[in-house]
Design a protein around this ligand. Structure first.
Ligand code: ACO
Length: 409
C-alpha cells in the first residue's frame, strides 16, 4: 500500500461520493431513487473508507443488526459495501479495510461474530471467514410440475401491495427469527428499505406484491413476488420472481407454492433464496420440473470464541476441547473446553489435551449448524485428536433447521 492512501471512518458528508464509489466498484451507475434509499440504512460511524488525495478509493461498511443462530438471536456485525476502485486493486486496500472493520466490531465487545455475503467466494477465507450456509435457487417449470392438494377449510389467500400489508409480514418474519438460523433482524429503517420497491430493483417486472396465507389463527405465511408478462411463439410465457417466502405451517408453505406455480399465463417461477432443507421438492408431483442450484450464502467470522459459542444453543450433549488457531485475533487462539449440558454451553480456557484442532475459519463454518464437523474433517479442515470427537461435535453443533439468509445485505 502506498503512503498517499489514508484510512478513515466515514461521515455523513461522504454519502454521495461513497454511493458513487460503491456503484462504480459493482460496475453500475448511481440511480437517484436507490441512492436515496440506501441512505436510510447508512451508518457512517461504522463505515471505513480508504482515500487517495482525498478521493474515496475503497469502502467497507458494517451494519448493526442481529442474526438468528441455533436457539437464539445474536448481535452480529453485518459487513457489506466492500469495494475498491479498479485503479487501486491488489495492493492491500481491502485487507486494511477489513482489519479496520473487524477491529471496530471486536472492540465493541457486543458482537461475537461478523457475517457477510461474498460477491466472489475466493475473497474472504483469508480473513478468517468460513462458509456457513447455502442457498438454493429454484427454477420451476409450471407446465411440468405442480403442488397438489387444496386450501384447507377456513384458510384463505389474500393478495396485496407489499406496502399495504407490511405489519402482517413483519409479524411472521419476527416469529421466524426464533425458528430459522441465518435470518437477520430488520431494525430501524430496514423494512422500509427492503420494501420500498424502486424501479431499479424490478428489472422489468411488476411492482412487488405479496400473497398472504391466513387461517383462523391469523396470517401464517407470505410470499413477496413480482411478475413478468412474456409471450413466445407458442403462447404465454410469463414469469413469477419470488422475493421472499416464509411459512409457519406446512399448510401455509404448500398453499403459497401452489398459488405461485398455478397463476394463469405463468410458465416459470424463480426463487433464489430457498433453504437447502426446503420440503418443496417433496411436495411437487414431478420433481424433475424443479431445478435447484445450490450456492454459498453467509460467511461467518468468529471474533470472540467464548462469546459466540455461549450465545447459541446445541442439539446434543458434548464435552470437548477445541484447539483453535487465529492469526489475526490472537485472543481466540488456544484451547477451549466446550461443555454442553442441556441446550447451553459452558466455554472456558483449558490446558487439557485437545480433542479437535481447527482454524477460526472452520469454526465459522460450523457455527450456524449448517455445515457438519464430519464434512470439515473429511476435507482436512478439522483434525480429530480423540476418536469420537468429530461425531460428538457434529451432533452437538447440528440443528433441526439449516441456516438460510433470505436477503443479500
Ligand atoms: C461483503 C461484500 O461487500 S462483497 C463485495 C466485494 N466487492 C466486489 O466484488 C467489487 C469488485 N471488487 C473489488 O472492489 C475488489 O477487487 C475487492 C474489494 C474484492 C478486493 O480489493 P483489493 O484491494 O484488490 O484486495 P487486496 O489487495 O486487499 O487483496 C487481498 C488479497 O485478496 C486477494 N483478492 C482480492 N480480490 C480477489 C478476488 N476477487 N478473487 C480472489 N482473490 C482476491 C488478493 O489477491 C490478495 O491476496 P493475498 O493476500 O494472497 O495477496
Amino acid at each position: 500500500m502506498t503512503n498517499d492512501l489514508v484510512l478513515r471512518t466515514a461521515t455523513d458528508d461522504d454519502y454521495a461520493e461513497l454511493e458513487a464509489h460503491i456503484h462504480g466498484a459493482f460496475l453500475d451507475d448511481v440511480e437517484e431513487e436507490t441512492a436515496e434509499l440506501n441512505r436510510l440504512v447508512y451508518e457512517p460511524e461504522r463505515a471505513q473508507l480508504m482515500t487517495d488525495a482525498g478521493r474515496i478509493v475503497g469502502s467497507g461498511l458494517v451494519i448493526t443488526r442481529d442474526l438468528a443462530v441455533p436457539g437464539g438471536v445474536v448481535p452480529a456485525a453485518h459487513v457489506t459495501g466492500v469495494g475498491v476502485a479498479s485503479t487501486h486493486r491488489r495492493r492491500g486496500v481491502l485487507t486494511a479495510l477489513m482489519n479496520a472493520m473487524l477491529t471496530e466490531a471486536h472492540g465493541r465487545g457486543t458482537e461475537p461474530f461478523a457475517v457477510l455475503w461474498a460477491s466472489e467466494g475466493a475473497i474472504y477465507g483469508r480473513y478468517g471467514y468460513g462458509l456457513a450456509s447455502w442457498r438454493v435457487s429454484y427454477e420451476i417449470a409450471t407446465a411440468q410440475t405442480s403442488v397438489g392438494g387444496a386450501l384447507p377449510d377456513g384458510a384463505r389467500l389474500r393478495l396485496a401491495a407489499t406496502g399495504d400489508v407490511l405489519d402482517e409480514i413483519v409479524a411472521v418474519y419476527d416469529r421466524a427469527l426464533s425458528e430459522r438460523p441465518g435470518l437477520s433482524t430488520r431494525p430501524g429503517n430496514w423494512w422500509k428499505y427492503l420494501t420500498q420497491d424502486p424501479k431499479e430493483w424490478r428489472h422489468g417486472m411488476t411492482a412487488e406484491r405479496t400473497v398472504l396465507y391466513e387461517d383462523d389463527g391469523g396470517v401464517r405465511g407470505y410470499a413477496r413476488h413480482r411478475l413478468k408478462n412474456n409471450w413466445s411463439a407458442s403462447g404465454p410465457d410469463g414469469e413469477v420472481r419470488v422475493t421472499e417466502l416464509l411459512a409457519e405451517t406446512p399448510e401455509a408453505h404448500a398453499a403459497l407454492w401452489r398459488y405461485l406455480t398455478s397463476i394463469d399465463l405463468v410458465r416459470t417461477v424463480k426463487y433464489t433464496h430457498g433453504p437447502i432443507d426446503d420440503p418443496l421438492p417433496h411436495l411437487v408431483d414431478n420433481p424433475d420440473g424443479l431445478v435447484g442450484t445450490a450456492g454459498g450464502s453467509l460467511w461467518v467470522r468468529i471474533l470472540d470464541v467464548a462469546g459466540a459459542l455461549t450465545a447459541r444453543q446445541y442439539a446434543a450433549p458434548a464435552d470437548v476441547v477445541l484447539e483453535v488457531t487465529d492469526a489475526s485475533f490472537t485472543g481466540n487462539a488456544g484451547r477451549w473446553r466446550l461443555t454442553v449440558d442441556g441446550a447451553k454451553a459452558d466455554v472456558t480456557r483449558t490446558d487439557d489435551d485437545a480433542d479437535l484442532a481447527l482454524d477460526i475459519k472452520a469454526l465459522g463454518s460450523l457455527y450456524l449448524g449448517g455445515v457438519s464437523a464430519g464434512t470439515l474433517a473429511a476435507g482436512g479442515l478439522i483434525t480429530e485428536r480423540r476418536p469420537g470427537a468429530v461425531a460428538q461435535v457434529s451432533a452437538a453443533f447440528g440443528w433441526h433447521r439449516v441456516p438460510v439468509s433470505v436477503e443479500v445485505f
